[in-house]
Write a protein that binds this ligand. Structure first.
Ligand code: UDX
Length: 454
């Protein structure tokens, strides 16, 4: 069993530390935030991540997982040091490497003498970062400490981080020294996943390419949804049918108001920035980001059209987190949408099962409600932004009876337009047919003449 130090106890670091400890390794997590370390040491998970607290507690109690703020303590025995600090977006869209630099220097200063420590870059870092970390370590080491750098990008999704860590589709390891990559591979052997060994820059690029590709699929289907809406087609069936083609596959084809979160927007922009700096013209990435921004604007315009203006209207917002099963608001569409609604004079009453404590600071001037019914009461419209399971099982008849006007704009296509119409709602999804309330028949949409010669 290995001795592992994990630097940075956020989503990635904690997931990594907890799962490696659960496999029987001796793991020590390091964070510069003393309060966080204290909580972790008591087995109290500071982030909302299903399943993580349980595994954390189990391993802290078993003595396989500890936490510290001291590099000297974390590195004294470590054979592997994982760098899991954040790489936030810099002012021009590129990745800000400040925390990585600090971590690399501190690791370098405390590397144990007389043997080799493998430093593993797990945070998303631009191609070239492995060389940078290697150079910083080289500047800092003293005595006869030796090191190797391995790039091992993570592909964890928030909300399913533990499951993703336990069942990876693949493990990517980049290194200049193949024996170092092979040593890291042994840590992943229990997962039985394919292991791809590359050079450092290729491994780093794989992470950006994977996220950019998934973001592209989402913007692609959102563009198709927009066209569906204009031409009277149903994007849900289009997605389902194209997804049955094995060459396409079904994933990441849910149309909606677009992607948010800590990765897709940041990584797509960072790749665009790196490409532009390298004199490549990243036109597809630019379109992907443009389409994503437009999704938020067109959602507000839809509300505006349906209500005949937003000034003085009361809008119930269901869902704030960037996706379900997280309390994370980073790049959440709800933030832009709510700010726009407020600037147009609307009043906002919001409900989210997990993200309201985080939202209070970011969204002053809106009302927070204890459930979706309270949010809908007296509202002119419901704006559904995050597809929490809780919203699927609501008594929509009750919601209808509570609202001032039964208008529901569904940014995630959670409901069926025909059912909503039969309940008396004026309902709009994203790229789905418009069905008039009570009649249950598709509205006459002005379909562009597509057949030449008619
Ligand atoms: C993502 C990657 O999936 C993960 O591999 C990487 O390590 C980090 O970034 P995450 O940001 O946690 O994970 O969320 P994910 O489930 O991928 O969703 C990202 C965004 O895309 C969300 O805003 C989600 O609502 C949106 N999305 C996803 C869609 O709009 N449609 C889809 O079909 C899928």
């Amino acid at each position: 069993m290995a001795k592992i130090a994990v630097v940075g106890c956020g989503y990635v670091g904690l997931g990594t530390a907890a799962v490696f400890a659960d496999l029987g390794n001796q793991v020590i997590g390091l964070d510069v935030d003393a309060t966080r370390v204290e909580r972790l040491q008591a087995g109290d998970c500071p982030i909302f991540e299903p399943g993580l607290e349980e595994i954390l507690l189990r391993n802290v109690q078993a003595g396989r997982l500890r936490f510290t703020t001291e590099y000297a303590e974390a590195l004294v025995e470590a054979e592997f040091a994982f760098i899991c600090v954040s790489t936030p977006m810099g002012p021009h869209g590129g990745a800000n490497m400040r925390y990585v630099r600090q971590a690399a220097r501190s690791i370098g200063q405390h590397l144990a003498p007389g043997r080799r420590t493998i430093v593993v870059n797990k945070s998303t870092m631009p191609p070239g970062s492995g060389d940078l970390v290697g150079a910083l370590l080289g500047e800092e080491i003293s005595q006869d400490a030796r090191y190797a750098v391995v790039a091992n990008p993570e592909f964890l999704r928030e909300g399913t981080a533990v499951q993703d860590m336990l069942h990876p589709d693949r493990v990517v390891l980049g290194a200049t020294d193949r024996t170092a990559a092979e040593a890291v591979a042994t840590l992943y052997q229990p997962f039985n996943a394919p292991i791809v060994i590359t050079n450092l820059r290729t491994a780093e690029m794989i992470k950006y390419a994977a996220n950019a590709f998934l973001a592209t699929r989402i913007s692609f289907i959102n563009e198709i949804a927009h066209i569906c809406e204009a031409l009277g087609a149903d994007v849900r069936q289009v997605s389902q049918a194209i997804g049955l083609d094995k060459r396409i596959g079904p994933h990441f084809l849910n149309a909606g108001i677009g992607f948010g979160g800590s990765c897709f927007p940041k990584d797509a922009q960072a790749l665009e920035y790196m490409a532009a700096v390298a004199d490549c013209y990243p036109q597809l990435l630019r379109a992907v980001l443009d389409i994503n921004r437009a999704g938020r604007r067109s959602f507000v315009s839809k509300l505006d059209r349906m209500l005949g203006g937003l000034d003085g209207r009361v809008i119930a917002v269901w869902g704030l987190a960037f996706k379900p099963n997280t309390d994370d608001l980073r790049e959440a569409p709800a933030l832009d949408i709510i700010r726009e609604l407020i600037s147009c004079g609307a009043q906002v009453k919001a409900y989210d099962p997990a993200a309201m404590p985080n939202a209070r600071e970011l969204l002053p001037g809106i009302g927070f409600c204890s459930d979706p019914y309270e949010a809908a009461a007296g509202a002119d419209a419901v704006a559904l932004i995050t597809e929490w399971n809780e919203f699927k099982g609501l008594d929509l008849g009750r919601v209808h009876s509570l609202m001032r006007r039964a208008v529901l704009v569904d940014g995630r296509n959670l409901y069926d337009p025909y059912e909503m119409a039969s309940l008396g709602f004026t309902y709009r999804g994203v790229g789905v047919p418009v069905v008039e309330a009570l009649e249950g028949e598709p509205e006459e949409v002005e379909v562009q003449q597509l057949v030449s010669g008619d």
